[in-house]
Ligand binder design. Structure first.
Ligand code: ZN
Length: 441
């Protein structure tokens, strides 16, 4: 056995020996309820991580994203970045996890913030998305440092805010401040729960806009004396049905988006509202009779790497302009709410190729490259940080994210270290060659 493989089997042993630590750490993270919105306990989870990572020899910085959406005295947007330099120069591998979790929702049989460990599963909101991934990256880094104390390069671990609401108080802010430049960081792994045998290369783009149609208020008994904004909006929706939806469905991307249906362009109509404000929940008051002079919808358009954003915007605007030309009294306003460009890391990029190679090695089959239908923090690393060498890979089952009784499997995080369980490929296992990757580059 050569030195390298001896060290690798030692690493496997060390990780296995940290099983209880991993369970404890994952539970501890779940027990800090970092609900977003409103963005609770970010400072607490950063302090907890800081204590842990300092003890493991990391330099730690806590950074508040002042002035970003939702940042205020009651709900400050705190982030943590930690770095451990090796003994020699070399590349930096960065593991980025978001610390926020979405609302609990109904239907739980477990305490969503209890972090209970039952039959090899750790339960709680954020267990798979993505405190399990965060814990796995910490344990793997600590094990790696133990076995390879003389490693080359650097390891960074970050815990960032607000991914679930766009990442503006988290990765976007840090990228703006220069924490994700190619000079500082060379490889990024985001341990989102994309399933253990897949490498996620990126995501589609998103464009959100509000469209308002206008009318003229009048008595509901004489609607012909006014102009109904809701009927105008009906014409907009008809246009979408007849022209836009078929056109989007016909477009197919070369991005390996899963599920299959998301390999086309899609659009959701998030909401529609016209006329008077909704009556209060307990009110028994009846509405007065009026022709609505305004109707609004919010659209959520997801687009492909092959579609320029201007084309996406222009297509909707073009249909609205057609209506303005053809439909009597039609008038509208369109207001962009937000946009995110698609991101796609090359399959041959070092981080993607290394992770994929280890999947082949362990699973005995080609790695599945996928792309996500929705966005995640890679968008900021790509667009603001200008860092293209980034993938999402982590333990956990994607379908459990945001669901009741969310859990992460301990075996998914650790058992695959053991060569006798090759089908249970885990983050820790894939992390091994990545850590080795640091040591050889
Ligand atoms: Zn997530």
């Amino acid at each position: 056995m050569d030195q390298q493989s001896k060290s690798l089997s030692q690493l496997t042993q060390v990780i296995e020996g940290k099983r209880d630590d991993l369970i404890q750490l994952t539970g501890d993270l779940i027990r800090i309820p970092t609900l977003n919105p409103p963005g609770e306990n970010y400072r607490d989870i950063c302090d907890f991580l800081a204590t842990r990572l300092r003890a493991s020899g990391f330099d730690v910085e806590l950074i508040r994203a002042h002035g970003t959406p939702g940042d205020c005295g009651a709900y400050p947007r705190w982030n943590i970045i930690s770095r451990r330099n090796g003994k020699h120069t070399g590349d930096c591998v960065h593991f980025n996890s978001h610390t926020d979790v979405v609302e609990v929702g109904k239907g739980w049989t477990q305490d969503p913030f209890g972090g209970a460990h039952i039959d090899g599963k750790i339960y709680g909101r954020g267990a798979c998305d993505m405190k399990g991934g965060l814990a796995a990256s910490i344990i793997a880094a600590e094990a790696f440092i133990e076995v390879f104390p003389d490693f080359h390069g650097a390891i960074e671990i970050s815990g960032t805010a607000d991914e679930e609401s766009g990442g503006y108080g988290g990765v976007a802010y840090l990228a703006e401040k220069g924490y994700f430049t190619p000079e500082r960081v060379q490889h990024v792994i985001i341990p989102e729960p994309l399933n253990k045998d897949r490498v996620c290369l990126g995501h589609r783009g998103g464009w959100w806009a509000e469209i308002e149609t206008f009318g003229e208020i009048a008595h509901g008994a004489m609607p012909f004396l006014g102009d109904c904004a809701v009927r105008h909006m009906g014409a907009v929706l008809d246009k979408f049905e007849s022209d836009l939806f078929p056109a989007m469905a016909a477009r197919r991307t070369d991005m390996p988006v899963v599920p299959e249906g998301a390999r086309s362009s899609t659009m959701n109509i998030n909401s529609i509202h016209g006329g008077q404000a909704e009556t209060l929940k307990d009110s028994t008051a009846l509405p007065s009779h009026c022709v609505p002079d305004s109707c609004r919808i919010v659209i959520d358009r997801r687009f492909l790497v092959e579609e320029p954003l201007d084309q996406v915007r222009g297509e909707v605007k073009g249909l609205l302009e057609e209506l303005r030309r053809d439909r009597p009294d039609f008038d509208y306003a369109m207001r962009e709410l937000n946009h995110v460009l698609p991101s796609m890391t090359d399959r041959d990029a070092p981080v993607a190729a290394t992770v994929a190679a280890e999947i082949v090695h362990v699973m005995g089959k080609p790695a599945e490259f996928v792309a996500s239908p929705g966005t995640y923090d890679q968008k900021h690393i790509d667009r603001i940080g200008k860092l293209k060498n980034c993938v999402a890979y982590g333990p956990g089952i994607l379908d459990l994210a945001h669901k009741p009784d969310e859990y992460v499997g301990v075996d998914d995080m650790i058992d695959s270290i053991n060569p006798h369980f090759p089908s249970n490929l885990t983050f820790s296992r894939l992390q091994r060659p990545l850590m080795c990757y640091i040591s050889v580059c």
